[in-house]
Write a protein that binds this ligand. Sequence first.
Ligand SMILES: [Zn+2]
Length: 182
Amino acid sequence: MGKSDWLGLPGLQVVPSPNFNERPTGLAIDSLVIHCISLPERATSAAAPLALFQNRLDYTAHPEFTQLAGLKVSSHFVIDRQGQVHQCVPCNKRAWHAGQSAAMGRSNFNDFSIGIELVGDVYTPFSCPQMAALYPLIKQLKASYPLKFAFAHSEIAPTRKTDPGPFFEWHLIRKPNTYRLL
Ligand SMILES: [Zn+2]
């Protein structure tokens, strides 16, 4: 693996997912997509989301998990409630987090974005340690990729998705009323 495949962030924990493929050539990785995930809904542990991304979730463990059987999804990063950053897919590969998506005249955001999942739900504020972990992650990513924009999953898939929800503090990472990163 090359230098840029896994991010050299101090304390980063690699939890590899098999759910990725090649990005199209010639596309700059210029966007972040911010998500939240909780399994089951409102759970605060990263264990089930990470297991889902590794295709190792026990789909019989909870009624909400049944519908996830066979789903092949991933994200580049998962930040848990304690602020631990997990990387599941190398940044130069295409993770499967955005699904059908469009904004600013572009579609298929998986092609040119890096996905960041915050463990949490749309009803609860994100934790201080996890927000504190997000800034150095974005800073390090900006040092490696020409990142210009950040989108909510709900902004690129508004008919399907509501995450990361009303508690994500966009003013901390974006210029007001734009998709542009600070
Ligand atoms: Zn999402």
